[in-house]
Write a protein that binds this ligand. Structure first.
Ligand SMILES: NC(=O)c1ccc[n+]([C@@H]2O[C@H](COP(=O)([O-])OP(=O)(O)OC[C@H]3O[C@@H](n4cnc5c(N)ncnc54)[C@H](O)[C@@H]3O)[C@@H](O)[C@H]2O)c1
Length: 303
């Protein structure tokens, strides 16, 4: 099997996307550390039950798994998570950062805690585990005098691309994850680490109620576009030797589609023979923006 002998960590693996990703990596032969606090949908509370259940599911299917109940955004817990893989299974090859929660609110109503907690769990939660995993991979590569086999798979969201209106905290955290992964991909390549980002869409408790519930609902018949299981094959691929040419990429995934997101690009350049003034900036830029079609109420967005 593709991941025989490999050791993987999946954070937030007790439910939703993390659960099916952990099951897929185990099915492909990896030994898996199933990390999850067992938090409620808003990130509060602790419950060891769900992570234990996923480990049991993996073992029943003939795989190997161990649970870790730490908070991914806690510095010591993140270090203990990386150490758990190394101590229990002797190595670490695949880190899937997935844990997180939402606390949605329009920007004018958002509390400081709603902002801080969502930035913390997603952005610092990715950084902390990446920090200790990359230290391990760099030291190992230097000691062995050769690149290691390592895959870093981070989880962003299209909320970053579309600037989700009710999620200023979440959209910002998910943008930061892309930037941080690009940074890590460049510096870690020489040690053998491929780092990529997925932007999934799937029916989980993040969207099974409220305004998005109808769109994500399971159809009465036909293909279930938003089943989380449609996302896990891409994670299996990114974890596997088959993805050796991919590092520094962002991929949107749901249903039967995988979309490669392009690099942010310069779209139009304006220049002046003289030093800019407010008037000359207006003369140069306004004809361009007047030619764009407003999407609603006179607003324009990035093309
Ligand atoms: N569901 C979607 O359509 C969608 C879309 C874009 C991005 N995502 C991202 O996918 C990831 C998984 O989300 P999901 O939809 O499966 O949600 P989910 O709520 O089903 O799963 C998230 C898991 O993370 C765990 N968790 C929360 N805080 C934690 C912490 N501090 N430490 C360890 N574990 C913690 C929770 O206990 C839960 O089991 C998230 O990063 C989310 O932002 C989901």
């Amino acid at each position: 099997m593709m991941l025989d002998g490999k050791v993987a960590i999946v954070t937030g693996a007790a439910r939703g996307l993390g659960r099916v990703e952990a099951l897929e990596l185990a099915r492909l032969g990896a030994r898996v550390v199933v990390n999850d606090l067992g938090a409620a949908g808003d990130g509060s509370g602790l419950d060891e039950g769900p992570a234990n259940e996923v480990c049991e599911e993996i073992r029943k299917a003939g795989g190997e798994a161990v649970a870790h109940f730490g908070d991914v955004a806690d510095w010591n817990d993140a270090q203990s998570l990386i150490n758990t893989a190394i101590e229990k299974f002797g190595d670490l090859n695949i880190l899937v950062n997935n844990a997180g929660f939402c606390r949605d609110r329009m920007i004018f109503n958002m509390s400081e805690d709603e902002f801080d907690s969502v930035i913390r769990v997603h952005l610092k939660g990715h950084f902390s585990t990446m920090r200790f995993a990359s230290e391990y991979w760099r030291n190992k590569s230097k000691a062995e005098g050769a690149p290691v086999y390592a895959r870093l798979i981070n989880t962003s969201s299209e909320a970053f691309i579309f600037g989700s209106p009710g999620q200023p905290n979440y959209a910002a955290a998910k943008a930061g994850i892309v930037a941080m992964t690009m940074s890590a991909a460049q510096v870690l390549q020489k040690y053998g680490v491929n780092a990529n980002v997925i932007m999934p869409r799937a029916r989980t408790r993040m969207n099974d109620s409220g305004t998005l519930a109808a769109m994500f609902a399971k159809p009465e018949e036909g293909f279930d576009v938003f089943a989380p299981e449609n996302v896990s094959p891409l994670v299996g691929y990114l974890a596997s030797p088959a993805s050796e040419r991919l590092s520094g990429y962002v991929l949107i995934v749901y249903g039967k589609e995988i979309t490669l997101v392009g690099q942010p690009d310069v779209s139009t350049k304006f220049s002046s023979d003289e030093t800019w003034t407010v008037d000359s900036v207006a003369q140069a830029l306004n004809p361009h923006f007047e030619s764009l079609t407003p999407i609603s109420d006179g607003f324009t967005v990035m093309p």
